[in-house]
Design a protein around this ligand. Structure first.
Ligand code: FAD
Length: 431
């Protein structure tokens, strides 16, 4: 029996209802309202609901942009690819556009912008309302497995019986991070059909696996400290903040910030040098000040058991771990027995404890993907494909990733808005 097939004809089809896809759909309508009000815009999402990943961003609070979104915060083969998108859609413009959708924003530490509700769901709900009010046609529960182009018309199969036919297509399928949310890297294959190249990918903003001898006994413990990443003896980047010890290695915001460098070095560049994270447990003290502090404690607490020597300066478990590491002997004697050499060893572990890095956790735990669709094949001013007229891409799918702190959503929104607006311009030029 022959199946009857149904064709939905639209002007703009957007594949992927995550941050960048929703931004593209809404902005395309916003741009078309004045001079092309009748444009049909469809948003196609494989999940039953839009924006699954968005709900888990910023620990459920959605750090939606960062006021300090300068070029150094973005990585990839050519981070300058972001320039036009960020010139047109800087963080303040993103905030204004979200306000237009009904989201009230607040700025917290380190220029991080959140919804004032401090709930990611309020950002997603406002986006969904705005898309609904804009008359965007929503197709959920449909995974696009191929894009074909016949003449000037794209064809996307949304089921065995239904096809979406579109004059332009925006691919916004995300990268490979947190694949349970729907972004599993399948978009790379969709674009390869149009000869788009994909650079090697690696998980970023992800926990580091390390030698566990020091960290495992401290699993679950959080401290504030400074961490320096070394490739061989060469410092690569330093970060400060709250570190988390785990039974496999290290986590916490400063570690996530360093992780992109580690991931690229180990998984993409196959660096042969050792990778080390050096922890400074007393970043507020110089080496000399630390020595003076410890000498003072020795004088004040001469009667204390050695294993209690650092108690009060650090949480007990960490204090014990640092003493064991520095002295390498049973801690059964008293603090008065500490020699000058012992104090030197203690200063060293408190200020410069090296932890050998063995790798990173996987894409399942990663917040973002380093690498992706080569930006060299796209026009940064429009997000249009250089290989196929009428095709656009945006978001994490492309070889751009940002630091932790709202930078990845800044890229998703800015590139999405730009792609949405450019697709409308493209249709107008074709008229
Ligand atoms: C736990 C976590 C916390 C994070 N927190 C922050 C934060 O606070 N601030 C920040 O800036 N960034 C954060 N990020 C990163 C940020 O969420 C992403 O960079 C951003 O969501 C990327 O947007 P996107 O639209 O490109 O991709 P995604 O949000 O991944 O959306 C892609 C969409 O496409 C759909 N899709 C994929 N393939 C198909 C297909 N073939 N057909 C149809 N649909 C398809 C997917 O289901 C998905 O809904 C976080 C990420 C994670 C995992």
């Amino acid at each position: 029996m022959k199946h009857s097939s149904r064709i939905h004809t639209v002007d703009i089809a957007i594949i992927g209802g995550g941050a960048s896809g929703m931004a593209a759909a809404w902005f395309a309508r916003r741009c078309s309202r004045e001079y092309a009000p009748g444009l049909r815009i469809a948003l196609l999402e494989r999940n039953e609901r839009l924006g699954k990943k968005l709900l888990s961003t910023g620990n459920g609070r959605c750090n939606l942009t960062n006021l300090d979104s300068n070029g150094t915060r973005f990585h990839g083969t050519d981070p300058s690819f972001t320039q036009t998108a960020f010139l047109q859609f800087p963080p303040l413009k993103i905030i204004t556009l979200f306000e237009e959708m009904g989201v009230v924003c607040t700025v917290e530490d380190e220029q991080k912008v959140y919804p004032a509700s401090l709930h990611a769901s309020s950002v997603l709900d406002a986006l969904r309302c705005a898309l609904d009010e804009s008359g965007i046609e929503l197709f959920t529960g449909c995974k696009i497995t191929s894009i074909s182009k016949n003449g000037t018309v794209f064809s996307l199969a949304i089921s065995s019986e239904e096809t979406v036919s579109a004059k332009t297509v925006i691919v916004a399928t995300g990268g490979m991070s947190a694949p349970a949310t729907g972004s599993d890297g399948n978009g790379y294959k969709l674009l390869s059909h149009f000869s788009h190249r994909c650079t090697p990918t690696a998980p970023s903003l992800v926990q580091l696996t390390t030698d566990t001898s020091f960290v495992k006994p401290l699993s679950g413990h959080k401290i504030r400290g400074a961490v320096t990443l070394l490739f061989g003896n060469e410092p690569v980047r330093q970060e400060q903040g709250e570190l988390l010890f785990t039974d496999y290695g290290l986590s916490g915001p400063p570690i996530l910030q360093l992780s992109g460098h580690v991931s690229r070095a180990l998984h993409i560049d196959h660096l042969s040098k050792p990778v080390t994270v050096v922890i400074d447990f007393l970043p507020g003290y110089t080496f000399d000040e630390t020595r003076a502090l410890l000498q003072k404690r020795k004088a004040a607490f001469a009667g204390r058991a050695l294993e209690e020597f650092l108690t009060g300066l650090f949480q007990r478990r960490l204090a014990y771990g640092l003493l064991k590491k520095a002295l390498g002997r049973p801690l059964s004697s008293g603090s008065a027995d500490l020699s000058d050499q012992d104090i030197t060893a203690l200063v060293e572990v408190c200020k410069r404890l090296p932890i050998p890095v063995t790798g990173t956790k996987s894409f399942t735990q990663a917040q973002v993907t380093a690498g992706g669709i080569a930006t060299a094949d796209f026009n940064p001013a429009t997000m249009a494909s250089l290989n196929c007229p009428g095709l656009f891409a945006c978001g994490e799918l492309l070889d751009i990733d940002g630091d932790c702190g709202g930078f990845n959503l800044q890229w998703a929104w800015a590139s999405g808005f730009l792609a949405g607006g450019s697709s409308v311009d493209y249709l107008q030029e074709k008229k």
